[in-house]
Design a protein around this ligand. Structure first.
Ligand code: ZN
Ligand code: ZN
Length: 171
């Protein structure tokens, strides 16, 4: 459920930009938790420190580790709510931008073929999303702002079914 928050947190941990207090907490957790320690050790060895780190890591956190780190995040959120909220906010911003990109690309007919197929079949079954995109196409709106919450959550779920690293629109 908070896979992305975990990915953001770990990326910060690996590239050294994590808040010092949170880092101390995480180091402490890792010193006592075998699966998390093993994962971070392996991952750190192979991680390239580029901007794509966050996206890659999201798909590579083993379920066992993700469960344990989620528990860690919940505990950390009680102690440092503002630090953990920063990750949530980043994820939220990231999602908003992605949905806006997706809607723009869908309206302009610039979706990659795999994504277009996914969107079309969803819209065929979902009058809400179908109607929303059809209306945008009809009016030629390219700056639509945030779609209504229901549609937004459908589009987020849709994007999460794309394979890791899949570019969903054409340049
Ligand atoms: Zn752990
Ligand atoms: Zn829908």
């Amino acid at each position: 459920m908070i896979c992305k928050e975990l990915a953001y947190m770990l990326a910060d941990y690996f590239n050294g930009s994590m808040d010092a207090r949170l880092r101390e907490e995480l180091d402490d957790h890792l010193s006592r938790c075998e699966p998390c320690a093993a994962f971070t050790k392996t991952y750190q060895a192979v991680a390239d420190r580029t901007h794509s780190l966050r996206r890659h890591i999201e798909y590579e956190i083993p379920p066992e580790v993700s469960k344990r780190l989620e528990a860690f995040i919940h505990a950390a959120a009680l102690k440092y709510p503002e630090k953990v909220r920063e990750y949530r906010d980043q994820v939220e911003r990231d999602r908003r931008e992605k949905v806006a990109d997706l809607v723009r690309a869908a309206t302009a007919g610039k979706l990659s073929s795999a994504t277009a197929l996914l969107v079309e079949s969803h819209c065929a079954a979902c009058p809400e999303c179908g109607g929303y995109l059809a209306a945008l196409r009809e009016t030629g709106t390219t700056q639509a702002g945030d779609p209504p919450e229901g549609i937004r959550s459908h589009l987020i779920a849709l994007m999460q079914t794309l394979p890791p690293g899949e570019e969903f629109f054409l340049a």
